[in-house]
Write a protein that binds this ligand. Structure first.
Ligand SMILES: [Zn+2]
Length: 476
């Protein structure tokens, strides 16, 4: 293992090193592509499971749509194609011949799915359609960063159709709340929840909602988005239904997505100078047991106890690993599991067996104590929960201490440069003012509140009456 750069001194270098040394991912042979290795994929699988259970519980079903679509199909929704055109890859050859009709590789599947919905939806009785798919998508990227920005990535994309505006808006917010549960209550990432300004909206949406987290370098990361599509796609793909009064109406739509970027968010929200710190719900291993011994006799005594402890913990549904690799010394193993962010380490030597004790070390708090075996085993679920709480509290403290309220343009211009972080200030809602701040600071509006509220003040740029309070920040 190589030493990591310090979080506070070289965050990009730290990120690259931790992704490599912890065995999370590496670059693929094609530029902009990534290989997610088993340890990284396992974190994603846990996030996937947490989401999928909640999608099903809120009435959604999974399906599978194709990777390719005729480019003509993609071009039907004007804003959508304009927004995505620079990122779309097109297949022009197949089977050694030039194709008569070029095929677009999906950057997202609204076009494919609304085209199908035009055949599936005839009557109000066909609504709502509550579908989701787990898949990879491709968006051509010039610069790439593992998990955060790569041409190909995995995600889920939900696509729903409804009979009314109200129902579609409620669905948009319901799925944002599902995301909030997984990002905050599972991944321990405190987020600001809100809408995007019009300039940051999804191409083809009437409203985009988002969750924004703060990474350890105080930059923002958009964790997911849930879009209210209005009738834009139903009109572009002619999805009409007969209402109970026998009249034709266009359906209302939503789409929502969360990707493997969330693994990057977990790494960058919680990591420290020793490496990752993982919330137990997404940790591939929750408890690692490191047996310590010198002789064969000691080995068999310690291993027997280690097996018993493991079996008892597994019975409680805890993911446990015994690190019995003989070629490494305990100190090396400790450092490796710390690098990988495993929440709890149990150290177990012959003396501990004699005392009927375990040494329990918490990765998040760095606390280490001797605990009687039975108490350690029966209390492990609670220990994991308090480790999660410490992680969440730490991330919340960090975010709050790097969030500032401001009231003049000069304050944010100077403050973002010297301190970074999130800046909360009143905005008139005008894109000219938004652009002015972005050009001066490289910060963008990350969110405005979900419900418009009169902030009782004036725009920090133009001085006109404020429409809402915007949170600004530099972002990934
Ligand atoms: Zn203004």
């Amino acid at each position: 293992m190589n030493k990591l750069p310090k979080v506070s001194e070289d965050f990009p270098g730290w990120y690259q090193a931790v992704v490599r040394e912890a065995g999370l991912a590496e670059n693929g042979p094609a530029r902009g592509s990534q290989i997610i290795k088993p340890f990284g994929w396992s974190i994603w699988e846990s996030i996937w499971r947490e989401l999928d259970d909640r999608f099903k519980a809120t009435g959604h079903e999974n399906m599978m749509f194709p990777l390719l679509m005729p480019t003509k199909l993609f071009e039907a929704e004007a804003q959508h194609v304009e927004g995505f055109a620079p990122e779309v890859a097109v297949v022009t050859h197949g089977g050694g011949e030039e194709l008569e009709e070029p095929l677009a590789i999906r950057p997202t599947s609204e076009a494919l799915i609304w085209d199908a919905y035009s055949r599936w939806i005839q009557s109000y009785r066909d609504l709502p359609l509550l579908y989701n798919q787990w898949c990879n998508v491709l968006r051509w990227e010039k610069r790439s960063r593992l998990f955060l920005r790569t041409s190909e990535f995995w995600w889920q994309e939900g696509h729903t159709a409804h009979a009314s505006r109200q129902e579609a808006w409620e669905e948009t917010l319901r799925m944002l709340e599902v995301y909030r549960e997984v990002i905050e209550d599972v991944c321990a990432i405190p987020v600001y929840r809100g809408r995007k300004s019009p300039s940051e909206r999804f191409a083809g949406a009437d409203e985009t909602t988002t969750l924004e987290g703060m990474m350890r370098d105080t930059k923002a990361l958009q964790c997911c988005t849930s879009h209210f599509l209005g009738q834009n796609f139903s009109k572009a793909y002619n999805v009409q239904y007969l209402n109970p009064d026998g009249e034709q109406e266009y359906a209302w739509g939503t789409s929502w997505g969360l990707s493997t970027r969330s693994v990057g968010a977990v790494i960058m929200t919680h990591g420290d100078d020793k490496g990752l710190r993982l919330p137990y719900q997404v940790a591939p291993t929750q408890v690692v047991i490191v047996p310590i011994y010198r002789s064969d006799d000691e080995r068999s005594t310690v291993m027997e106890r280690a097996d018993n402890v493991r079996n008892a913990l597994v019975k409680d549904g805890i993911r446990v690993k015994i690190d019995d690799r003989d070629q490494f010394r305990p100190g090396y193993k400790f450092a490796e599991w710390e690098l990988k962010g495993i929440p709890i380490r149990i150290e177990l030597g012959p003396r501990d067996v004699g005392n009927d004790e375990l040494i329990v070390a918490d990765r998040v708090t760095s606390e280490k104590s001797a605990v009687s075996t039975s108490v350690a085993v029966s209390g492990m679920a609670d220990v994991l929960k308090s480790s999660w709480q410490a992680l969440y509290d730490d991330a919340t403290r960090f975010r709050d201490s790097n969030t500032y309220d401001f009231s003049t343009f000069e304050e944010i211009a100077e403050g973002i440069e010297s301190k970074g972080g999130f800046w909360r200030g009143i905005w008139c809602g005008d894109e000219t003012c938004e652009t002015k701040v972005t050009e001066a600071t490289k910060a963008t509006i990350r969110t405005v509140p979900l419900d418009k509220e009169d902030p009782h003040g004036s725009c920090i740029v133009c001085g006109k009456a404020g429409e809402e309070t915007a949170i600004w920040g530099r972002a990934y």
